[in-house]
Design a protein around this ligand. Structure first.
Ligand code: SAJ
Length: 429
């Protein structure tokens, strides 16, 4: 068993640290945030992910996982820091990767292995991290191993996928790759595929998420086409997927989270070749406009209306609102009615009153309403996230005394037959 220092204790770093600890490695978890460090030292888990609390508690209580306030010397350093994205420049901000490299520098010894798991633009491992680590006087691939091993876990199912997914490991040379394989094979049950090139591993991760984003864009365009032909897009997609070589994903209010809406742009960091990929991004971002068009058409304008958005997490059963389609919809509705509005407000101060509900999100700044409060007197209701809590809502919950609301089920989670039969103004996209 090895000593491992995990840098960054977010959605990837924390479960990875706990996994390694639960497989008997001596793990030191470091996070630059004092708040996160304090909470974890007290045994509190700050992330909403099924099973994570018990998993981390087990690792902490066994003594195999220690939350540290400073980086320590370790045989393996695993970097799981965020790589924020600038919406304006469409560039990755690699500051946290650079800081992690600087923090490892004084502790790096011959024979150690540094693994970058954060999603990064191609060539980051060799162009950004390697020069920083080589300030130590040691050479990557000769004195220490340097590797990119992209994380591939799905939020909502992280612990299972950490173990069961196949992994891709790309070292700067064969020796580096092998050093990382030794660590991952201690807990990964899926196949471990290797490449002796960190840039290929970075590229593969990005094209996986780009494939999914582009596939969803096609589904979203199909939904718009189906609407024009008066067809049920979900039924059409289901039937199309009967073909053995067709596998379309599902339409929705857009694509959120910190991965799919961002990673495609990383591919363009040092290339001008984005075309279809860029169009797919635009199609997905345009789904909020499509929903607004539907609302405007059905309500004869949005001015003076109350619109309830159910679900501001970026997807079902998680509490993460990063790049949430529901929040984008709220902002876009307000901008459509009052173009000067900059922030989401739930007080009806503008010409349209947008109210938000989400049973998984805890963000106080969003002024979330209770479900009853959100639905009361609403002229338009949009289901923007497929939380389980919304799946069993019956038409009677939406019936109002004074208004006949338009209900847009953008995730197709309500049983449409029952809803179509109700007298409500119901649209599924
Ligand atoms: N979505 C659709 N239609 C679909 C599927 C998803 O509109 O048919 C939307 C979701 O509602 C959500 C967005 O796409 O807004 C992204 O959700 P997701 O479940 O597709 O993916 P993420 O962002 O939670 O996780 C992805 C995964 N990548 C792939 O499946 C290729 C995960 O395995 C990665 O580890 C993760 O990105 C990451 O960290 O990169």
């Amino acid at each position: 068993m090895s000593s491992v220092c995990v840098h960054g204790l977010g959605y990837i770093g924390l479960p990875t640290a706990a996994m390694l600890a639960n497989y008997d490695h001596d793990v030191y978890g470091y996070d630059a945030s004092e708040e996160v460090t304090d909470q974890l030292q007290e045994g509190e888990v700050h992330l909403d992910e099924p099973g994570l609390r018990a998993f981390v508690t087990q690792a902490l209580e066994s003594g195999q996982l220690e939350i540290v306030e400073e980086i320590v010397r370790a045989k393996y350093h695993v970097i799981c820091v965020p790589t924020p994205f600038d919406d304006e420049t469409k560039e990755a901000d690699l500051t946290y990767v650079e800081q992690a490299g600087q923090a490892i520098l004084p502790h790096l010894r011959s024979g150690d292995t540094v693994i970058l798991e954060s999603t990064v633009p191609p060539e980051t491992t060799v162009d950004v991290l390697q020069p920083i680590l080589e300030e130590s006087g040691l050479s990557a691939g000769e004195d220490f191993a340097l590797v990119h091993c992209p994380e591939t876990v799905l939020p909502g199912n992280i612990i299972t996928e950490l173990q069961q997914n196949n992994r891709i490991i790309g070292g700067v040379n064969g020796v580096s790759t092998e050093a990382a394989v030794r660590l991952y094979e201690s807990f990964v049950e899926g196949d471990i595929r290797t490449t002796e090139d960190a840039t290929t591993a970075e590229f593969v991760k990005l094209i996986q998420n780009t494939y999914r984003d582009t596939n969803i864009a096609l589904a979203n365009e199909i939904a718009r086409l189906a609407h024009d032909y008066g067809i049920d897009s979900r039924e059409a997609i289901d039937l199309a997927n009967e073909h053995p070589r067709v596998d379309l994903l599902q339409p929705g209010p857009g694509v959120g989270g910190h991965c799919l809406p961002i990673d495609p742009w990383f591919l363009g960091q040092k290339s001008d070749e984005l075309d279809l990929i860029e169009t797919a991004r635009r199609v997905n971002d345009g789904m909020t406009d499509f929903i607004i068009e539907l609302l405007e058409e059905k309500l004869a304008g949005l001015s003076g209306r109350k619109i309830a958005i159910l679900g501001v997490a970026y997807k079902g059963n998680v509490g993460d609102t990063r790049k949430s389609p529901g929040l984008k919809l709220a902002r876009d509705i307000q901008t459509a009615v009052s173009p000067d509005t900059e922030t989401v407000v739930a007080d009806g101060g503008n010409n349209v009153n947008v109210v938000l509900h989400d049973p998984h999100v805890e963000d106080q700044t969003l002024q979330l309403e209770s479900l009853e409060g959100a639905l009361a007197e609403a002229d338009g209701i949009v289901i923007a996230t497929d939380h389980d809590e919304y799946k069993n809502l019956g038409p009677e919950k939406f019936k109002q005394d004074s208004v006949n609301p338009v209900i847009i089920d953008s995730k197709a989670i309500l049983p449409d037959a029952e809803w179509m039969d109700s007298e409500l103004n119901f649209i599924q996209i």
